[in-house]
Design a protein around this ligand. Structure first.
Ligand code: AHG
Ligand code: MN
Ligand code: MN
Ligand code: MN
Length: 330
């Protein structure tokens, strides 16, 4: 029987375990949960509201933007920015940094992917929102600049994601384990449903876009072929599971075990996924759950960022699986 702990209550409990905490992080996590509820409201009725399909614009990534990308982006910026807890934001959908509406008083920075997996929106496949939170590097919020958004993933104070799937869940960490909350629409609350999520040491699923086979480097092909061989002692062959929404693929592997790979390919020499608002937040969660996240060689959270939208190859999931994949990359 669930203990009916709301995510707001859980944030508060987590804060109590940090005597020096001022409550600011708790407040801004509440703002993130509130924004998630606003985005959820539209995502779950997307077919009814006029927010399916293309927005008719292209973003800094060179992607055709979906209406829901922009809707989620605008909701998050306004719902979170209105309380002045963030000095600066960075979003997949905005080329430069975003100064929150009204004022720049908070001591935190928010990086986010407002709608992850947007190619899946119009066909009712799970999509997500990913967020990553840092402290300002300096003391004066009004002096915050892009360098505050370019901190190593190891500097994150909180990270999480929302998955809009068969049920809507919010999963977060502040460095004290990973906790999952399921949205109960009858009361409008995220309720604790998955306390202290840990990822199995080894899984049986691998997630990669095999349509890119011709683009893959031989080391990656060798690893995937290894996973397909019959060998009961090492749990092979693995099964392939690839949804095309990073959050959904990651969430399944987090709960059941497995590895997600978006490697360097001939078409995407640095990989496709973005370091600051996809790889780093999920790497923080994955490590807190006992897993591993690298670019095939280097720990994701040790990468020194240089650009807001820089891409990185991503190997993330069960530790034994990521280590095995890395052994093919050397
Ligand atoms: P976004 O929708 O935020 O741009 O992210 C899409 C990403 C990620 O969600 C997914 O894993 C990946 O794109 C799928 O890429 P391919 O279609 O190249 O496999
Ligand atoms: Mn996109
Ligand atoms: Mn994304
Ligand atoms: Mn996105």
């Amino acid at each position: 029987m669930n203990k009916l702990i709301t995510i707001e209550r859980h944030f508060l409990e987590q804060q109590k375990s940090h005597p020096e905490a001022t409550g600011e992080l708790t407040d801004l996590l509440n703002d993130v949960a509130f924004a998630a509820k606003l985005v959820r409201r539209e995502v779950v009725r997307a077919g009814l509201a006029d927010i399916l399909g293309m927005a008719g614009t292209t973003n800094v990534q060179g992607e055709e933007v979906k209406k829901l990308d922009l809707f989620a982006n605008e909701k998050i910026i306004n719902a979170i920015g209105q309380h002045g807890r963030f000095a600066l934001m960075g979003s997949e959908e905005n080329e430069g940094t975003i100064i929150p509406p009204k004022n720049q008083t908070g001591r935190y920075v928010l990086l986010f992917d407002p709608l992850d997996g947007s190619s899946n929106i119009d066909v009712n496949v799970s999509v997500g929102t990913i967020f990553s939170i840092y402290r300002l590097t300096g003391d004066d919020p009004s002096q915050a600049d892009v360098n505050d958004c370019l901190q190593k993933g190891s500097e994150q104070v909180a990270a999480g994601y929302v998955i809009y799937g068969s049920s809507v869940m919010m999963v977060y960490t502040t460095g004290n384990g990973v906790h999952g909350f399921t949205y109960d629409p009858t009361i409008g609350e995220f309720l604790l449903s998955h306390e202290n999520i840990t990822i199995p040491e080894q899984g049986k699923y691998y997630s990669i876009n095999e349509g890119s086979w011709q683009q893959l480097h031989s080391s990656t092909i060798d690893y995937i072929n290894y996973l397909k061989e019959e060998d009961k002692a090492t749990g092979r062959p693995y099964s392939t599971r690839y949804i095309g929404s990073l959050v959904a693929d990651f969430h399944r592997n987090l709960l059941t075990g497995g590895i997600f790979i978006y490697p360097a390919t001939r078409k995407h020499p640095d990989g496709k996924l973005r370091l600051m608002y996809e790889a780093n937040p999920l790497a923080f969660i994955c490590e807190q759950a006992g897993g591993r996240a690298t670019n095939g060689k280097t720990r994701i959270m040790d990468i020194d960022p240089t650009e807001l939208h820089q891409r990185t190859p991503l190997y993330i999931g069960s530790t034994q699986d990521v280590l095995k994949a890395e052994s093919f990359e050397h």
